[in-house]
Design a protein around this ligand. Structure first.
Ligand SMILES: [Zn+2]
Length: 179
């Protein structure tokens, strides 16, 4: 999902660090890319740049707050195993902290790529996150529905025919405009 350039307001495509219209390096686009990449300290610094340009920007405040907690969690959990990260994922999921749940399940999958409950957790956390974004009209909701769909398809590959997963996948696909 393109974000508006912090300088001229033109859309900056996903993955681009500079605005194609005015050429300005866009800290919001950079923050997004770094955050998605799990580089939370660098992303936090970029969100702080956005906030210096646009004080109170809701996406930047939310991004900064998430990156701050995620960076702390990465330091705290540097030696954690997949079970410890999985437990964190469940705790964040139950608290409705979808971004942190997604990050914790992502760590489980870094350690153990075919971990079924983490694949399911990642899919469901992204689905809930996407639904919350959609409810408040956030333009990044389709990106989350897409991430959810990718994880749930992977979960279905590991656990074929699971009815609950199939239901969530079809809801994601409906949001993404597929039959
Ligand atoms: Zn621009």
């Amino acid at each position: 999902m393109p974000r508006p350039c912090t300088r001229c307001g033109s859309p900056v495509p996903d993955g681009a660090w500079a605005c194609p219209a005015c050429g300005a390096e866009d800290p919001a686009a950079r923050a997004f890319v770094l955050q998605e990449d799990g580089r939370f300290d660098a992303a936090l610094a970029a969100w702080d740049e956005v906030l210096a340009l646009q004080p109170g920007d809701p996406a930047a405040l939310e991004g900064a707050s998430f990156c701050h907690r995620a960076a702390e969690l990465m330091r705290e959990g540097a030696a954690w195993d997949e079970a410890a990260w999985g437990q964190k994922g469940i705790t964040f999921f139950e608290a409705g902290e979808w971004a942190l749940a997604d990050m914790a399940y992502g760590r489980v999958l870094d350690l153990s790529p075919l971990h079924l409950s983490a694949v399911c957790g990642k899919g469901l956390a992204n689905f809930k996150w996407a639904a919350a974004l959609k409810a408040r009209g956030d333009s990044t909701a389709p990106r989350r529905f897409h991430t959810a769909a990718v994880a749930i398809r992977e979960a279905l590959r590991l656990h074929p025919g699971n009815a609950a997963l199939n239901r969530v996948l079809s809801l994601c696909e409906r949001e993404l405009g597929r039959p």
